[in-house]
Ligand binder design. Structure first.
Ligand code: DCP
Ligand code: MG
Length: 405
């Protein structure tokens, strides 16, 4: 399908975790509900559900339903702050298994009607409707209504919002315009009227930092951004990001809907034929870690991803496993940087010179929080591991035990 006639949908579930709770607990309907409380918070005597007012601690909310948002609550709000704003709102613990079940259900229902689906995480997807609709927005609108109905039925009553436009970027903005249970369409010729008046932060990829910087330069709306010369943006934000901003402000985004589901993590591990001693077999462990990092780097390359988080897994002789990970402001893709990060993780594992924690039967390395090169260029620095080779990085493998310790 030629680019000009593409129709791409973005579908995002409304107040996902909170509405998932409502499905299995209809008594919550109409009440303000926040998700993210501690497990085991009991309702006060005479009340059906625990409330925010009972909470004391340092957590944040994962989300709030629209009744709770009317009271000022939102995702990522410190729970204590939420408790001051709305002590009467209901506070539930998050149950990811249940949300994943509901996620699978809504995606399966959508896939039956629109098979060209890109999975973007627990509550959102992109769909390429171009072929199916022949590029006709009236047909796409009907299909979108059917999708909303199918999602509603498959999930036991959960609503979603859909944006329709010629590309992912615009549809993502669009799906948010009429939440909840919204359907918004931006035809190519309507882009300026509908999208330009919005603040720059509505573009997915212009985060708080870039917004601040733009604000200081009196660029507030997407129209303001579109009015800047691309060279001006590149001089201030770098070649790649400046060009991307310019294109985004003009509604240019050629990214395809990719059908495979996003890998959440990639890992490599190996079980030893004989247990390895953390000190005596250090050289061999070093080589094994390097080998695993090289394999993992190849996996990442094949999948065209970089990792924000690197983790290690160690299984001890007594079969107990420990994992540790680190997330830095960097994206890892080379064996060198993976090894360096893995070494940092290993330092956090409590090895002992003797006993069960001295002998390892399995070593693994894992990359997660995977980003595309494009995401990484916008958000993070890529590590070059200080120009050291993988072998150099690995020679000093430190398992937290001094020689003779
Ligand atoms: N989430 C989270 N922490 C955040 C943001 C979101 O744990 N800071 C979780 C809870 C949300 C889910 O991810 O329910 C989906 O995120 P959305 O941003 O799509 O938010 P909602 O679906 O809750 O609300 P909306 O109706 O605005 O999409
Ligand atoms: Mg959502």
């Amino acid at each position: 399908m030629e680019l000009a006639r593409r129709i791409i949908a973005h579908l995002d579930m409304d107040a996902f975790y909170a509405n998932a709770e409502l499905v299995r607990n209809p008594a919550l309907k109409g009440l303000p509900v926040a998700v993210g409380g501690p497990r085991g918070l009991k309702p006060l005597p005479g009340q059906a559900f625990p409330t925010l007012g009972q909470y004391a601690g340092r957590g944040v909310l994962t989300t709030a339903n629209y009744e709770a948002r009317a009271l000022g609550l939102h995702s990522a709000m410190p729970t204590m702050k939420a408790a001051k704003l709305a002590p009467q709102a209901i506070l539930l613990p998050a149950d990811f298994e249940w949300y994943k079940t509901q996620s699978r259900r809504f995606k399966a229902a959508v896939r039956k009607l629109a098979p060209l689906l890109e999975d973007r995480g627990i509550d959102e997807i992109y769909l390429d409707l171009s072929e199916q609709t022949g590029g006709d927005y009236a047909v796409a609108e009907q299909l979108a209504r059917q999708l909303q109905q199918a999602v509603f039925e498959a999930t036991g009553g959960m609503t979603c919002s859909i944006g329709l436009s010629q590309n992912k970027l615009t549809s993502k903005i669009c799906s948010d315009l009429r939440k909840p249970h919204g359907l918004s369409i931006v035809r190519p010729e309507e882009f300026r009227n509908i999208i330009w008046p919005l603040p720059v932060g509505k573009i997915n990829g212009i985060g708080p930092k870039a917004q601040e910087k733009l604000k200081a330069m009196h660029v507030h709306t997407i129209a303001d951004l579109a009015a800047q010369a691309v060279e001006w943006l590149q001089a201030r934000f770098g070649e790649t990001y400046g060009l991307w901003m310019h294109n985004s402000a003009h509604g240019v985004d050629d990214r395809e809907v990719t059908l495979y589901s996003e890998p959440k993590s990639i890992s490599r591990e190996t079980t030893f034929e004989q247990d390895m001693h953390v000190r005596r077999d250090r050289d061999q462990l070093t080589q094994i870690l390097l080998h695993l990092a090289e394999k993992l780097a190849k996996d990442l390359e094949r999948k065209q991803r970089l990792a924000r988080t690197v983790g290690v897994k160690v299984r001890f002789a007594d079969f107990k496993s420990i994992t540790r990970d680190i997330t830095t402001g960097q994206a890892h893709s080379t064996p060198e940087s993976l090894v360096l990060a893995a070494r940092e993780c290993l330092k956090k594992i409590p090895f002992t010179p003797h006993g069960a924690r001295a002998n390892i039967r399995l070593l693994g390395i894992k990359a997660s929080h995977l980003l595309t090169a494009e995401d990484a260029a916008h958000r993070l620095q890529q590590t070059k591991a200080g120009g050291r080779s993988a072998a150099q990085c690995a020679t000093q493998l430190d398992l937290g035990l001094e020689d003779g310790g």
